[in-house]
Design a binder for this molecule. Structure first.
Ligand code: 3IO
Length: 339
């Protein structure tokens, strides 16, 4: 009887304490934002996501809390656009090349424009976005943008000459698939998140992307041959649901706006350093072979992919975009940031 009474009082007390705790946890953050990302947590789009979360939580003194969902746990590569538009996530990461025709202006970055680093391409992409505020993003608030490092071939069999590439099934996306096609390969378009299985099953014999995935997705184990082409990058956008954005207090909006360019640069630098680290790791662990093409093949890549720039211009013109002006702005940025 007595112990029963004490136990009763104790449980009421503990219940009150738990109520207090959950109330304080609930009020610590005024705003909670969900952030969907398609590839695995170790990859660079997710590393930059965690960095952005940390910075936002710090700079808003905990007023904003960000819940991150890597590895397609909230939205996958192909449904992030719709998911963020419909509010299934507040924020999402989009690889523009997965949506041909949807981004007629910013897809310019999928062309072989001669960027040699993710840092310079990311800053140039952000500048282009800020200058043109293209209507392809009108349904979203764009928080930041960045690109991969220049793309290279990672294959199961050696590609020592362009002739070795003929008919080879290689995974890419968007205009980068057209680059492969113009070089004689058989491109298979799919998101990066579908690539491990496609390589495993032999649906593709290699991929065309930046080298850091040799480590982050362990592709070095299956793709022992790496052929340097240093061609186009993959552009990315971090998009936010418009209603979620409009509901933010002004001071929070300012923090997020101030972070846009800085995040683009941070991600570019992280990527460039990580490519170097990943290549060293892949050499050490799997003795990958790095192959350089002949000068003649490198020139052939330039010549064969040149028509893609005109194709892009025509498609841009159909959407009332002055492609020549865009290309000359991007070239000016390239020169400025590659110095
Ligand atoms: C990429 C996408 C997801 C994870 C790691 C990555 N490294 C480079 C990319 C670029 C890209 O979107 C792609 O599909 O190759």
């Amino acid at each position: 009887m007595r112990t029963g009474k004490i136990a009763g009082i104790l449980s009421v007390l503990m219940f009150c304490v738990s109520l207090l705790c959950s109330a304080s946890v609930g009020s610590a953050a005024d705003v909670s934002l969900s952030y969907a990302n398609f590839p695995p947590a170790k990859t660079f789009p997710c590393v930059q996501m965690e960095r952005w979360k940390q910075e936002v939580e710090k700079r808003t003194n905990g007023k904003v809390q960000v819940q991150t969902y890597p590895g397609s746990t909230l939205l996958g590569a192909k449904n992030t656009l719709r998911g963020v538009m419909q509010g299934q996530a507040d924020i999402g990461c989009v690889s523009l090349a997965y949506h041909p025709g949807v981004f007629p202006l910013c897809s310019v970055f999928e062309l072989p424009l001669g960027f040699t680093s993710s840092t310079s391409a990311s800053l140039a992409l952000w500048d282009l976005y800020m200058k043109y505020q293209p209507k392809e993003f009108r349904k979203f608030k764009v928080l930041t943008m960045f690109t991969s490092a220049p793309s290279n071939l990672m294959t199961k069999t050696p590609v020592r000459t362009l002739a070795d590439l003929k008919g080879l099934e290689v995974r890419a996306s968007g205009i980068l698939s057209k680059i492969l096609e113009s070089l004689g390969a058989t491109p298979v378009s799919m998101p990066m998140s579908a690539t491990p299985e496609a390589l495993q099953k032999g649906v593709v014999k290699g991929l065309f992307s930046s080298f850091e995935v040799l480590k982050d997705l362990n592709f070095a184990e299956i793709c022992r041959y790496e052929t340097k082409t240093d061609t186009a990058v993959y552009p990315f956008a971090i998009i936010m649901n418009k209603n979620s954005w409009n509901a933010l207090p002004d001071d929070v909006k300012k923090v997020l706006n101030d972070l846009g360019r800085e995040q683009a640069e941070w991600t570019g630098k992280y990527m460039d350093e990580h490519v170097t680290r990943s290549l060293a790791w892949a050499k050490d662990k799997y003795s990958i072979e790095m192959i350089e093409l002949s000068d003649a093949d490198m020139k052939a890549i330039k010549d064969k992919t040149l028509p893609l720039i005109d194709d892009w211009k025509k498609k841009a013109a159909a959407k009332d975009i002055d492609g020549a002006a865009v290309l000359s702005d991007v070239e000016a940025s390239r020169v400025k940031y590659e110095k």
